[in-house]
Design a protein around this ligand. Structure first.
Ligand code: FES
Ligand code: FE2
Length: 427
């Protein structure tokens, strides 16, 4: 079967699944298990969106790099001599070897040299040296593939597409959230990577709803009003907003930026929610875990959730931040990287303890890994019939509609594209 025939076959399968789908319901198991649909996810959706690569503070000096991986792809994110950040595909233009191994390091003398036959590139990806290739070989056409890069409020985003989605609103959202929270002058205090035996969409859907928070996250639910139905938390949310305003804290408008599937632009969203009475931040006893960050001169007892694109989600408190990066590896395997940020002047042992700083979101991540994997096991049953999203799951339902609209073959009857548009139009 050639590539076009294979694509037509998977398109036909997706079209049939879409035609059979009940709106507002979870996805059929094929979307969580089928390797060919996973290939479509990458090609038509994830490689066309902005993906957070990490925090800029990991690249303090020229030549510093870290690698990120998604599916089979690997990308080198590197600081150039003049301070820019480049993202280069980690694939040599000779016979395709990986250039860098390992998760991070420093490139010697500003040169990337392939370990196989020593083709050598500069940090803009230009091929400088290719030994014994003959007179007629032109190195100009053999530079490394460069990905689009955006850096905003300390966060580095990359996109594989030649024409990436417009980043303007994403930049506005990041200024109004990460900017206010001081992430541009943050540093990484700790990070952990969890391997989740589940499709990446199950991990993202789980992150997009808090219907599961009360049954699955006792410690989170005890501290975060977000775990309750909205109508039960009107007063406590209003009180938290008043505390924020009294401190002059202005986070971007939630309604204005709830724009999944914005045509031509990257998806963004912001959510603000109160902590339960007496909690300053996410900690075992409600007390501070680190020094205040950004515009915060005191604790306001709130938390800020914001998302850019499909797989990069963030959460900020007055004294620390948490980045969630969902990294699809295969149809049934996802890595989840959790990164804790503190102010760059905070000193470990004096201003924060890693154990205390990471306690809540480590516990919550361990719980999430378990429930996502149990979800994957059940949803892969041949007898699984997708059920309806509930009132506390609107973001998960919208995310799925958006995703379907992007991977659906053009003009497929019942494709998610129309559904996603209607949802955006109706707010
Ligand atoms: S594969 Fe890199 S130099 Fe040959
Ligand atoms: Fe969760």
């Amino acid at each position: 079967m050639n590539h076009d025939t294979a694509t037509a076959a998977v398109d036909a399968r997706v079209a049939a699944l879409l035609a059979a789908r009940r709106p507002g319901h979870a996805l059929d198991r094929a979307f969580y298990t089928d390797p060919e649909i996973f290939a479509l996810d990458l090609e038509r959706f994830l490689f066309r969106r902005w993906i957070c690569a990490g925090h800029e503070s990991r690249l303090p000096a020229a030549g510093d790099f870290f690698t990120i991986e998604i599916g089979r792809e690997s990308v080198i994110v590197v600081r150039t001599a003049d301070g820019r950040i480049n993202a280069l595909l980690n694939v040599c233009r000779h016979r395709g070897s990986r250039l860098c191994e390992g998760r991070s390091g420093r490139v010697a003398a500003g040169r990337l040299t392939c370990p196989y036959h020593a083709w050598t590139y500069d940090l803009d990806g230009r091929l400088l040296v290719a030994r014994q290739m003959g007179e007629d070989f032109d190195p100009a056409g053999s530079g490394l593939r460069r990905l689009a890069v955006e850096v905003a409020e300390g966060l580095v985003f990359v996109c594989f597409a030649a024409a990436p989605p417009d980043f303007t609103r994403a930049r506005e959202v990041l200024a109004a959230t990460a900017g206010v929270h001081g992430w541009a002058r943050a540093k990484v205090a700790h990070s952990e990577t969890y391997t989740i035996n589940a499709n990446w969409k199950l991990a993202v859907e789980n992150y997009m709803e808090c219907y599961h928070c009360t049954p699955a996250h006792a410690e989170f639910a005890r501290r975060h009003v977000y775990s309750r139905p909205a109508e039960q938390s009107v007063e406590v949310e209003a009180a938290a907003r008043a505390r924020s305003e009294a401190l002059g804290i202005r986070i971007g408008d939630v309604d204005e930026y709830a724009s999944l599937a914005l045509p031509g632009g990257e998806s963004v969203s912001i959510l603000r929610s109160a902590l339960t009475d007496g909690h300053l931040t996410a900690s075992p006893d409600g007390g501070a875990v680190a020094t205040l960050m950004g515009a915060f001169t005191d604790f306001d007892g709130s938390s800020t959730y914001f998302d850019i694109g499909p797989v990069s989600d963030f959460l900020a408190y007055a004294d620390h931040g948490v980045m969630y990066r969902f990294i699809p590896k295969s149809a049934e395997r996802t890595e989840m990287e959790v990164v804790w940020l503190v102010d760059r002047d905070a000193v470990e042992g004096r201003d924060y303890e890693v154990e205390r700083l990471t306690w809540l979101w480590r516990a919550t991540s361990v719980e999430d890994k378990k429930i996502i994997e149990m979800n994957a096991q059940g949803a892969s049953s041949a007898f699984f019939v997708p059920g309806p999203y509930g009132r506390q799951e609107p973001y998960a339902g919208r995310f799925v509609d958006w995703y379907l609209g992007e991977i659906a073959p053009h003009g497929a009857p019942g494709s998610g594209r129309e559904a996603a548009r209607m949802k955006v139009a109706s707010g």
